[in-house]
Design a protein around this ligand. Structure first.
Ligand code: HEC
Length: 229
């Protein structure tokens, strides 16, 4: 017991003796058991920095920097396409619907003619392959890459369910614009005209599935011959 009181007194004396050291200034970083990223090589807002020649921590935007969606003339466009082509709107062209119904056929406002429809379809192919093929597959059969990594229930667009008679063009346009289930909306990424081009291209993919062998025999044989070793 005697030793216990002695040890207690020594520890107490040491403790009290160290107390006045608190608050002493030291140039060293404090010892931290849990650093919590308190010390970092970063520049705090409005602080100077020796790293830059002018000693200023906050930097100006790089010369020629342009805010997304704005061009210097004040015209609002994204990649050369007027901003209003992305997002909402009313009428057949912007929604795919006429009154309360989804419409079949391409809107007149697209100005499609027998001359330009080929390029329109080509554009649809390009946009489809960039945006949709990763899930729906290049042929639209729903066997895209993401399915193999676990995205469930990807629609097979070549099924009869999505044929024009049961699934109007306007509804295709609407689903592309607004999304459905695990599929996100594309109205902010794909311009209006390009979304219609994708609708047309999906119809082409569906037709390609149904074409009678005789109609495609020559092209098919040519393709097989080209692949032969
Ligand atoms: C991230 C993967 C993914 C991408 C990319 C994607 N989709 Fe889908 N899509 C889905 C899934 C999943 C469904 C099933 C949604 C459901 O029924 O809940 C679907 C359904 C659909 C449907 C059928 C909707 C219905 O009413 O049953 C259409 C049409 C469609 N997608 C078209 C497209 C087009 C066109 C593109 C490209 C612009 C596209 N999708 C891009 C995953 C995707």
């Amino acid at each position: 017991m005697k030793y216990f009181f002695l040890a207690y007194a020594i520890i107490a004396a040491l403790f009290i003796g160290l107390m006045p050291m608190r608050g002493g200034k030291s140039p060293d970083a404090p010892i931290r058991l849990f650093p919590d990223m308190d010390e970092q090589d970063k520049i705090k807002p409005q602080k100077p920095s020796e790293f830059f020649a002018d000693g200023q921590g906050a930097r100006q935007p790089v010369h020629g920097t342009q805010a997304l969606g704005l061009n210097p003339e004040g015209l609002k466009e994204i990649g050369g396409i007027p901003e209003q082509e992305f997002g909402g709107g009313t009428g057949h062209l912007a929604t795919g619907g006429i009154d309360d119904y989804f419409a079949n056929g391409m809107p007149e406002a697209l100005g499609l003619t027998t001359e330009n429809v080929g390029a329109f379809l080509k554009r649809g192919e390009e946009v489809f392959n960039v945006n949709c093929a990763i899930c729906h597959g290049k042929s639209g059969d729903g066997q895209g890459m993401t399915g193999h990594f676990g995205v469930p229930g990807i629609a097979n667009l070549t099924q009869d369910t999505y044929a024009q008679a049961t699934y109007p063009d306007g509804r295709l346009f609407y689903v592309i614009s607004e999304g459905k289930g695990n599929m996100g909306p594309y109205k902010h990424n794909i311009a209006l005209r390009d979304r219609w081009a994708v609708v047309a291209y999906i119809r082409a993919l569906q037709l390609a599935r149904k074409a009678p062998y005789d109609a495609v025999k020559d092209a098919f044989d040519k393709g097989i011959a080209a692949q032969a070793p």
